[in-house]
Design a protein around this ligand. Structure first.
Ligand code: PGA
Length: 254
């Protein structure tokens, strides 16, 4: 059974007191997570430690960085390195979110370097991929996503891919209220798994949680998560409200 994951992506939202309140509220919910379920909270850098302190030592709700530097420590003003995340005992980092790719011009080579930095510091990448609308309209989404995966990940040997999380987020569905249909999500997730299988073998491909992101909400989570290759969601807007996010968590497959 693959791990099922509800990952919150707070993006650049919430003040410290709001972040603390939301984390405490989530922790107070009777979530009754099964051994196969995880919750990740991808929070802004200044909140990593306060949120981690509230979560404590439990292993099912885990703090996650939203980004990481492509270089080791050094003269890179404003950057946060994987070494720093490791020193905070932050175990996960989003890499390649479409907002990073678009607004910060992060290309495949930069993302490959970020992945390498994470692996060198025992930080697990949550690697994001997904196509823009014109690519979907042209019907080229499968090739587009395959190239994203190959160019940033396939330099790695299988043992290093082990434990990765992939998030498929069609850009046309992010923050737009327009969700991919469960069939569109399932088709792409099956394709992604097949891409990993061709390169790394079926067993490894079968072990990788593939999350869907793009306007996931309480009202569509069950339908999306019921698809065999959809192993949970990466949730932006709807993760900022405890009741809504809790409902999404509870719709993960057991
Ligand atoms: P959204 O964002 O749920 O607000 O569409 C998802 C994401 O960008 O991770």
């Amino acid at each position: 059974m693959r791990t099922q994951i509800a990952a919150a992506n707070w993006k650049m939202n919430l003040t410290l007191s709001e972040a603390i309140k939301l984390t405490e509220e989530i922790c107070q919910q009777p979530l009754a997570l099964t051994p196969h379920q995880r919750v990740l909270l991808a929070v802004p850098f200044p909140y990593l430690l306060p949120v981690k302190n509230i979560l404590g030592n439990q292993k099912q709700i885990l703090v996650t960085a939203q980004n990481v530097a492509a270089t080791p420590n050094g003269a890179f003003t404003g950057e946060v390195s994987a070494e720093m995340l490791k020193s905070l005992q932050v175990d996960y980092a989003l890499i390649g979110h479409s907002e990073r790719r678009e607004y910060h011009h992060e290309d495949s080579a930069i993302l490959a370097a970020k992945v390498d930095r994470c692996l060198a510091n025992n930080v697990t990448p949550v690697f994001c991929c997904g196509e823009p609308l014109p690519v979907r309209e042209a019907g080229s989404q499968n090739d587009y996503v395959e190239t994203q995966l190959k160019d940033s990940l396939f330099h790695l040997p299988a043992e290093m891919i082990n434990g990765f999380i992939i998030a498929y987020e069609p850009i046309w569905a992010i923050g737009t209220g327009k969700t991919a249909s469960s069939k569109q999500a399932e088709d792409m997730h099956a394709h992604i798994r097949n891409v990993f299988s061709k390169h790394y073998g079926q067993a490894l491909a079968d072990s990788i949680p593939i999350l869907y992101g793009g306007s996931v909400k309480a009202s569509n989570a069950a339908e999306l998560f019921s698809q065999p290759n959809v192993d949970g969601g990466l949730v932006g807007g709807a993760s900022l409200h405890c009741a809504e996010f809790t409902s999404i968590i509870q719709q993960l497959r057991p």
